[in-house]
Design a protein around this ligand. Structure first.
Ligand SMILES: NC(=O)c1ccc[n+]([C@@H]2O[C@H](COP(=O)([O-])OP(=O)(O)OC[C@H]3O[C@@H](n4cnc5c(N)ncnc54)[C@H](OP(=O)(O)O)[C@@H]3O)[C@@H](O)[C@H]2O)c1
Length: 280
């Protein structure tokens, strides 16, 4: 039996859609009431050990989708609890959605690397999917400010953004054939490195207006993120992401993505274009 955690999240939802119809799949979520009737579901909350003990019973393969929205100690405790519970009930193989190697420059890399090490030192078989940053994330910044500019502190840096749907496709390929991926760690970044100039161009094309890219500063971004109502831990996460891209650390396109997909990856520019068009 395969169990997918985080089933109502952005990535989990896409994975569950792709696994629909299989009789060996159970979805795991903190909110089972949000899963359509008839779909096998278990309540899985990494903050509730009982839900893990009961929810992982009988599971052979666990797709552990990271629950990274929190301070490092919170995320480490969640992932540690999930792995420990899986080991105790006899889960055979854990597939973990981690962060790309370039992500070591990001503030939130540490809980991912902790989880990878925990898996390597644990008793289950494992596969690590080192996911790059989503094209959907970059698309959030393809918007104009009141002055008609795309203002985001990327400098002249670029991001090898990846379509979340491709990451879902890879996760499905791996969890349905785990014996081919034992002890493997895969780098899953996109094939196109996208910069602020691309974001401005896509907005200009969608709106039929002239739009320029304005890098702005990290200090300005920090102030506006803090003022937006973001949680305290989210402010350095986002500012650090901009800084790592601007510093030139996130543009590398070497990837296992095409090989694991068995086809050409989706265009990250296409994902951003679709998001921009949907806003018009
Ligand atoms: N590569 C990127 O660009 C990028 C961007 C954002 C996030 N991420 C990371 O990748 C993960 C998956 O991405 P996503 O797009 O699916 O993020 P998402 O839409 O924020 O979904 C994350 C899901 O994790 C589950 N979760 C959160 N806290 C949990 C807990 N205490 N116990 C069990 N499950 C919990 C929730 O699923 P349920 O509500 O169904 O329980 C939540 O919907 C994120 O959690 C984050 O670590 C990566």
């Amino acid at each position: 039996m395969i169990l997918v955690t985080g089933a109502t999240g952005g990535l989990g939802k896409l994975v569950v859609e792709r696994l629909a119809g299989r009789d060996d799949v159970v979805v795991g979520t903190r909110t089972p009431q949000n899963i359509p009737a008839g779909v096998p579901v278990r309540r899985i909350d990494f903050d509730d050990p009982t839900s893990l003990r009961d929810g992982f019973a009988g599971v052979d393969t666990l797709l552990l989708i990271s629950a990274g929205d929190g301070e490092d100690d919170v995320v480490i405790a969640r992932h540690g609890a999930a792995i420990e519970a899986a080991e105790k009930v006899g889960v055979e193989h854990i597939v973990y959605t981690s962060l790309s190697a370039a992500g070591d420059h990001l503030t939130y890399a540490l809980p991912h690397r902790w989880t990878e090490l925990r898996l390597m030192r644990g008793t289950t078989r494992w596969t690590i999917l080192r996911n790059g940053l989503y094209a959907e994330l970059l698309a959030m910044f393809a918007v104009t400010d009141p002055g008609g500019k795309v203002t985001v502190p990327l400098g002249d840096g670029r991001l090898a953004a990846v379509a979340r749907e491709d990451l879902a496709d890879v996760a499905v390929r791996v969890v349905t054939d785990v014996s081919s991926h034992v002890g493997r760690s895969y780098e899953l970044v996109g094939e196109q490195a996208i910069g602020g100039d691309d974001l401005a161009r896509l907005v200009a094309e969608a709106t039929g207006t002239s739009v320029s890219f304005e890098p702005g500063t990290l200090a300005q971004a920090r102030a506006s993120i803090a003022a937006s109502g973001a949680a305290a831990f989210q402010v350095p996460m986002l500012v650090g992401t901009f800084s790592a891209i601007a510093g030139g650390f996130m543009g590398g396109t070497e990837s296992d993505l095409a090989k694991l997909l068995g086809k050409t990856p989706r265009s990250a520019l296409g994902v951003i274009t679709a998001a921009v068009n949907a806003r018009q």
